[in-house]
Structure formats: C-alpha cells, structure tokens
Design a binder for this molecule. Sequence first.
Ligand code: SF4
Length: 191
Amino acid sequence: MSAEICKKLVEALKKRGFEAEYAATREDAVTLALAEAVDAKSVGWGGSETVKELGLREAMADAGKEIRDHQLEMDLFLLSANAVTLDGRIVNIDGRGNRVAASIAGPKRVVYLIGRNKIVDGGIDAAIDRIKRFACAPNCRRLGKRTPCAETGVCADCDSPDRICKVTAVFDRKPTGVSAKVIVVDADLGY
Ligand code: SF4
C-alpha cells in the first residue's frame, strides 16, 4: 500500500518539474544518494534528521566528499521535507531559512530524501498541520526550546523568542534554474 502511494507521489513530483525516483528501502535510498554524489566534491545538508538516520553524512565522508555545513555553495545539497502533499507540493518550515535558501539558490544540485511518513493526502493546510504537530513539537523538545508545542504537543502560533517556525516555503513547482531530484523512500524517516 505504501509503495503505491510513494510511486503515485513520484509521478506527481515529475509533473511538477522535479526529477523523482522511488526507493523501496533505506539502503536503496543511500545507494541513490551516493550515485548523485559521484561527481560532487562538496556535499552539505540542512540539519535533516532523515539524512542523519540514513547515515548519509558518514557515507559521504567515507566516499571522500568535502562536508559543508551552513554554506550555500556546494556541489550537492541533501535535505528532506517537513511534508509533501500527495499531489506533489513540497512544504518546509525553517527558523533561520537557511535550509530553504539552499534549496532554491547556491548548490549545483539539490536532492530531497523524503520518507513515506511525510506524505499527506490533503492540501497545504494538511501539510502545515502535519509539520506543526509532528515536526515542530518534537524538534522544540529535542532542541530544548521553551515553546507551547514543546509542552503540549499543540501549536499555539506562539510569540516565543524560541519559536522555530518562522519561514514557510511551499514548492508548487521545481524552482526555475534549480537542478533538483526527489527520492521518495518507502520507509519512515525523520519527522
Ligand atoms: S508557532 Fe510556536 S507553538 Fe507553534 S509549532 Fe511553532 S514553535 Fe511551536
């Protein structure tokens, strides 16, 4: 069932201008990401739990890649999405906006790795609802932020100085001039 949904998303992303591929397992996702890095000298990512869970930082370092943190210029930028609608719209919410910035300009190649748990069968509102409940709250707890969601698990659209959701980016189509691929992984990854 989840394979069917992931493959449906792959087709939807292609219609929106992204290259897209299905990975049946985490291992397949790592293989596809490493294949993307063959010609890359430098690789970076945007603080992604998905990338961490896949062990991609270590895999890229082992492959001799120069690791670039907090920079916009690199050959390959790996990231995930906080949510993606089944009809292919990617949604990311940042505090600083650095991940979103790098997914639009700077890196020569952008590769998303998106686990099946990020897929929502609804519109942008459903995507944002998913992010607030299942990404922001656990992230606030993990980072020790003093926000309402860290305490209750529910978003209060807070004014806290610790608020981590300040920039919301919706990708209706692949941005012009960006070379981007999405690997949809049939596994739960990140949050
Ligand atoms: S606006 Fe505040 S309460 Fe809502 S998810 Fe973001 S940090 Fe949490």
